[in-house]
Ligand binder design. Structure first.
Ligand SMILES: [Zn+2]
Ligand SMILES: [Zn+2]
Length: 319
């Protein structure tokens, strides 16, 4: 006999329903990120860089309002991605032509801004001179994290343009279009690595941990006991800038808005930003601004799982 749920039980069930995917809202995403970068710049050791990043993110916001609407999803794409457990629109496979116009728009805006460091003018001139083929080649290099020293300064601009175009594409999707991709540590929409993870507050997502895509800003749920890089459930710990050593999950001093989540299995770390500690956290901005924590982690056995899209760092030469 089928049991009928009582009203109280229905409410209890409802509370365990939370979104698997949080799609970005490009109309406010960049505006809020720029404000957060400016807030975090005060007293920060990399204040000047954060203020430049805020200008870049302002320019992203302006590009959102000028951008073409998202291209419709190719027929059968959602079904194919779901059947193969693959990301829906892998960014490196098919660069939408719109990204180049967005990049050129970003470059034009920053080039005319007296507040942007003069040292960046040659980077803007270089990017403005590249033709479509050269720009696409550069984007593929940046996405593959395979850039030479001479292109380092251009990489955040390339990522900024891709973020605008892909956030608009992701925002046009619905949760049911987004596959369960394997591995669960890459973005199910665009296949990029997460920049950080975020503990959300409010609404159905409250109290849940999401990985935040470094490219399209989609957030996908992952239980906190799992490493966001190798999915191991063993030896995941947290370390904050104020902690002397890593603390097992569940025993950490979680009153810090940014913690490094370390994994004893893959020996990497990725930051976790906690909206409960500060409602204005932004995974990209807070990750960038907490560089002191990266310096601290540089003295441990853990290496960073993936980079920040707004900061390109020369990789040490393999020995
Ligand atoms: Zn993505
Ligand atoms: Zn791991």
């Amino acid at each position: 006999m089928q049991r009928i749920l009582q009203p109280g039980e229905i409410e209890t069930l409802d509370r365990i329903h939370f979104p698997r995917i949080r799609l970005p809202q490009p109309a406010t995403l960049f505006q809020e990120r720029a404000a957060r970068l400016r807030q975090l710049a005060a007293g920060n050791p990399i204040a000047d860089y954060l203020l430049f990043a805020a200008r870049l993110v302002d320019a992203q916001h302006h590009q959102v309002s000028q951008a073409a609407p998202a291209e419709p999803l190719p027929a059968g794409a959602a079904e194919r991605a779901s059947a193969h457990g693959m990301p829906l629109l892998p960014v490196a496979d098919a660069l939408p032509a719109a990204w180049r116009g967005t990049l050129r728009g970003l470059v034009a805006e920053l080039k005319g801004d007296a507040a942007v460091p003069a040292a960046l003018q040659p980077v803007f001139d270089h990017l403005a001179a590249l033709d479509d083929t050269a720009l696409d080649a550069l984007a593929r290099q940046v996405l593959a994290d395979n850039i030479g020293r001479e292109e380092l300064a251009a990489a955040p601009l390339v990522m900024a343009a891709l973020q605008v175009v892909y956030a608009i594409r992701a925002a046009a999707l619905s949760e049911k279009d987004v596959p369960y991709a394997e591995p669960a540590t890459v973005c199910p929409v665009c296949g990029s690595a997460p920049v950080a993870s975020v503990l959300r507050i409010g609404g159905e997502a409250g109290g849940h941990r999401y990985l935040h895509c470094s490219c399209c800003a989609t957030e996908w749920h992952m239980v906190r006991v799992k490493c966001s890089h190798c999915e191991s459930t063993k030896g995941v710990r947290y370390q904050g800038a104020a902690d002397a050593q890593a603390t097992p999950a569940g025993k950490a001093d979680t009153r810090q808005p940014v913690l490094a989540e370390t994994c004893d299995t893959c020996h990497t770390y990725r930051k976790l930003v906690d909206q409960e500690q500060d409602p204005y956290v932004d995974p990209v901005a807070d990750d960038l601004a907490s560089i002191t924590l990266d310096l601290l982690m540089g003295e441990t056995e853990f290496s960073r799982a993936s980079g920040n899209p707004l900061l390109a760092i020369e990789k040490p030469l393999a020995v």
